[in-house]
Design a binder for this molecule. Sequence first.
Ligand SMILES: O=c1ccn([C@@H]2O[C@H](COP(=O)(O)OP(=O)(O)O[C@H]3O[C@H](CO)[C@@H](O)[C@H](O)[C@H]3O)[C@@H](O)[C@H]2O)c(=O)[nH]1
Ligand SMILES: [Mn+2]
Length: 739
Amino acid sequence: MREKEREMGKNEYLPLFETRASRGRLLFKLYVLTIFVAICMILVYRVSYLPVEGAVEIWSWIGMFFAELWFSFYWFITQLVRWNPIYRYTFKDRLSQRYEKDLPGVDIFVCTADPEIEPPTMVINTVLSMMAYDYPPEKLSVYLSDDGGSDLTFYAMLEASRFSKHWLPFCKKLKIQPRSPEAYFRTALEPLDDPNKAKEWLFVKKLYIDMKYQIEATTKLGKVPEEICKEHKGFHEWNFISSRRDHQTILEILIDGTDPQAMDNEGQPLPTLVYLAREKRPQYPHNFKAGAMNALIRVSSRISNSPIILNVDCDMYSNNSYSVRDALCFFMDEEKGREIGYIQYPQAFENITKNDIYCNSLNIEMEVDFPGLDGNGGPLYIGTGCFHRREALCGRRYSNENKVDWKEVNYRKVKESAGVLEEVCRILASCTYDANTEWGKEMGLKYGCPVEDVITGLSVQCKGWRSMYFIPERKGFLGLAPTTLLQTLVQHKRWSEGDFQILITRHSPFLFGHKRIPLKLQLSYCIYLLWATSWFAVLYYLVVPPLCLLRGISLFPKLSSPWIQSFAYAIFANRAYGLVEFVWSGGTIQGWWNGQRVWVFKRTTSHLFGFFDAIRKLLGFSTSTFVITAKVAEEDVSERYEKEKMEFGVSSPMFNILATLALLNMFSFVGGIKMLIMDVESKVLDLLALQIILCGLLVLINLPIYQGLFFRKDSGRMPYSVTYTSIIVSLLACSIALY
Ligand SMILES: O=c1ccn([C@@H]2O[C@H](COP(=O)(O)OP(=O)(O)O[C@H]3O[C@H](CO)[C@@H](O)[C@H](O)[C@H]3O)[C@@H](O)[C@H]2O)c(=O)[nH]1
Ligand SMILES: [Mn+2]
């Protein structure tokens, strides 16, 4: 007895998580120092060698100076983020030792918005993986918000609620990972050691496949058959619906976890499962995902009111059944736990090709940036795979005094029947309940920003809460990244626009965050908030040096001049470091090269459009939108994606820009080479070497564009309209430069 008490007493002092700083930073700091010197030299060179005559020469030079000043500033911020990365580790065994009986309730929010581009089978796989967490089921509640207001999704959820009765005990008995049935059965092999096990395995697999076909067939049909509609009263609601932008609240508690009848087929309790399509009316803005999340916060507060909320996108299934326990190690830590507002997990994707053709893996962000951000004061909230403290998300300020007593936390205040709850919650999810209140301003997720997640996370941090970043050994969540170039660029446009909007409004970390979060975190935020502004410097580098090359104007030091060393070193060492970092984060060399390409593409399209849209919004000419990323693609498109063949296919102003820049650089490069050959005194080489190399590199970067414009025959090639326009515009630009 004594022994045990002493054990316990000792345990109290053992933290539930620990933090380790990265070692061996000296080399990194030396590298930063040398690059810093090189950058200073470049700027000195620019100032001291300003041409004395020729307006074009002078102005091009000044432009180069500003572009390089911008690159230098951005470089400074990226190093600041990398200065002091930290990593977190959890002790789940200590958690269960101390708190197994008092584990708090956890509410899980899944958002979906469109049954066509987010197929119901995918959505329920996510939902099922969440229901199957290794956690007391009576303490889990899973809520699906369906902004598509679709009976197809509702039908899939109904099927999932039935299937879960087999799936959950199956997962727990066989201790399988991952717990999304689709992901599991795609790779898992039948257990051959035990015939009983094998029988059950085949049975559950067949159940899943049958359910999947049934749902897919219904989805294809576009409506739920009469006889199925009779099976649940919920379908009745769709009799009153004319459009998905105009309908009443639909709320169905598919599994009521407190109902003793709600058992899986082994007699164990089931998690609560709720379907919600909040009310939508054309005269009320619905505020996209932020609106959906806020409706879920209110509805769940009545049904389960758990102190911890996990938020995931509908494509992000749980790949690790211990994530909830890991997250609780942070929140429940006796010393540091109480100040934590949210725990962000990395975003990872299951559909990244080997060389990550569109650079969508976010490896650098997740492996390098975020540990650095955590070290500088706390990671951003990035919309999915994030555990929140309910009160922090609801807008409460952190105070030293509010210590949670986990033993006291009662996760259901009022015990009402499912029927009553459904009635009450319908009002909570109505338009009128939300409009003209503090919701979206001081409470819940913020409205009016395309990155509702980042702006909300910043506000939580500014209210005194700490945020932390946790990379588990086994990936916590796996989602779907865009699979075409245009989707990638459009998604990135939404992000860069939203991030920039935060910077230029009163929610900026420098205004709103002033004295509330550390200065280094304010600056670190800029690594993303400044994305949209990068178009100017990059576009300048892509247009002016090539055009000047055609005119024979030199913008860089001569080959024979010592100044060239600082340029060569800054560019080479920086890229080499980037390559090492990329490979260290799990990428390939080809993947790094693809990343360089996409880096250029994003800056001249996504960031350019994002910048101007944010400005237009600031001036009041437009309002926020949210273009949802498709999670399915046509067969030939997916095939090309698998083969890592760049996808164009449709016409878009973004492609016009990319093609024009690609051609411009090709013409200049050809012009430069011609000058080089015709030049007998080899003065051209000395004078224009760097510019020719720059154009040459850009030609290499743009190879897939030339292929798409001139050599491909498949439907993923560049549309002819883009080809013609870009040829005309780039030729025009070159001739203006020449004459
Ligand atoms: O009106 C809407 C629009 C979107 N969504 C949901 O929001 C999620 C994210 O949408 P997606 O199209 O997949 O965007 P991504 O660019 O992949 O999302 C990232 O960026 C968003 C902010 O731009 C965050 O909200 C996301 O969590 C984050 O994963 C999905 O589950 C959607 O169903 C809604 O619920 N309602
Ligand atoms: Mn997504």
